[in-house]
Design a protein around this ligand. Structure first.
Ligand SMILES: Nc1ncnc2c1ncn2[C@@H]1O[C@H](COP(=O)(O)OP(=O)(O)O)[C@@H](O)[C@H]1O
Ligand SMILES: [Mg+2]
Length: 352
């Protein structure tokens, strides 16, 4: 077993501190070193792919990826290809690109629609035709939220509701393309009015191209009470963030840029939610692609709902695992938990 962990970062981007690293990178490296392993941080560039590959092959038992793919000039293809090749040589990759894609893509929600985590009327569309065919019917059931796969911070996340008072539709009807709709974007809670047909055409950008898709889920009105984000290190819950949308008429977005307020809690403060999420991880991993280990650092976001007995339930809104940070929580020792988990996985793999 090589007692060496390689940590990869991208150069530049708004997630960097004065020394060019993400604020949580060196603390992770130092925590690994304190536990008796070597840790080395390298920057990934497409043109350095062969050198990084060779170095990892010679020295490392594991590679930790701290790269927001948006910070790579030419996208993630070369990085993902290199990581897959390293994995095939027996090096642990945290987090493996396939796990990142399977957990982090918005259609994870549709893949979990037959579980208690998500409502059954959650759909994914992979082409414009599919969306155009299905959405005029799904909106007859009530207010919907459409989610694009790319982007984050609420861009291309639309709450869509019928704004036409003349429209009298029964659930299951197909609405005419002329129907007036009100669309609110989670990015900044701004409102636009369109006809259904116009908006469907506008949404073509979201299903076009690689990894294009739209997820169509029911609007959860209790989002105004806040979204609950569980930050996880592998299968251990670390903290829960309560993200309350701005107190404005149309606000439904829990993103910080839209004016939501964040409060941090211990996992014990949301024991039921956290326990049921942790219990569900093996099932989630299986449904999302028979994944052996959960992502290294990841989050699950939940919204409140009410069951038929008036009891609170939770609905999964999103999983994030592409380079989740814990910048403002270094004093909680999360870096130690990350280091412990990395070393646990390495020693387990080498049976010692
Ligand atoms: N089904 C829903 N019902 C109510 N609000 C939702 C729903 N889905 C998303 N939202 C709101 O929109 C925000 C952004 O959606 P999200 O799926 O988290 O996308 P992003 O990747 O942009 O963060 C959420 O934080 C939440 O406030
Ligand atoms: Mg989100």
């Amino acid at each position: 077993m090589k007692k060496h962990v390689l940590i990869l970062e991208a150069e530049g981007g708004s997630d960097k501190w004065l020394d060019g690293h993400r604020l949580d990178t060196m603390p992770i490296a130092n925590a690994i070193i304190e536990k008796g392993f070597e840790a080395e941080v390298l920057f990934f560039r497409d043109e350095w792919v062969d050198e990084i590959f060779t170095r990892a092959l010679e020295k490392s038992s594991a590679v930790i990826v701290r790269i927001n793919p948006g910070n790579l000039v030419n996208g993630e293809d070369k990085l993902f290809d290199m990581l897959r090749r390293l994995y095939d040589t027996g090096i642990l990759i945290m987090t493996h690109p396939d796990t990142m894609i399977n957990f982090g893509a918005k259609d994870a929600l549709a893949k979990l629609a037959d579980t208690d985590l998500v409502t059954t009327d959650t759909y994914a569309y992979y082409s414009h035709d599919e969306f155009k065919e299905s959405f005029p019917k799904s909106i007859s059931y009530g207010i919907r939220v459409l989610k694009q796969n790319r982007g984050s911070t609420g861009s291309g996340i639309w709450r869509v509701e019928i704004a036409d008072e003349k429209v009298t539709c029964k659930p299951g009807d197909t609405l005419p393309m002329e129907t007036k709709i009100k669309c609110t974007e989670a990015f900044d809670n701004h409102v636009e009015y369109h006809t259904l047909g116009e908006f469907i055409e506008f949404c073509k950008q979201y299903t076009d191209g690689e990894n294009g898709m739209l997820v169509d889920m029911r609007f959860m009105p209790r989002i105004t009470e806040g979204e609950l984000r569980i930050l996880m290190v592998s299968d251990a819950p670390i903290f829960v963030v309560h993200k309350k949308p701005a107190d404005e008429a149309d606000a439904f977005s829990a993103t910080i840029g839209s004016g939501a307020t964040y409060t941090y809690h211990k996992p014990e403060d949301y024991q039921n939610l956290v326990e049921s999420f942790v219990e569900a991880i093996p099932m989630i991993s299986e449904k999302l692609g028979d994944i052996k280990e959960p992502p290294l650092i990841w989050t699950g976001d939940f919204m409140l709902d009410t069951d038929e007995n008036g009891k609170d339930t939770y609905v999964l809104g999103e999983i994030n695992c592409s380079c989740v940070g814990f910048f403002s929580h270094l004093d909680m020792g999360i870096q130690d938990k990350v280091a412990d988990e990395v070393i646990r996985r390495i020693t387990e793999k080498h049976n010692c």
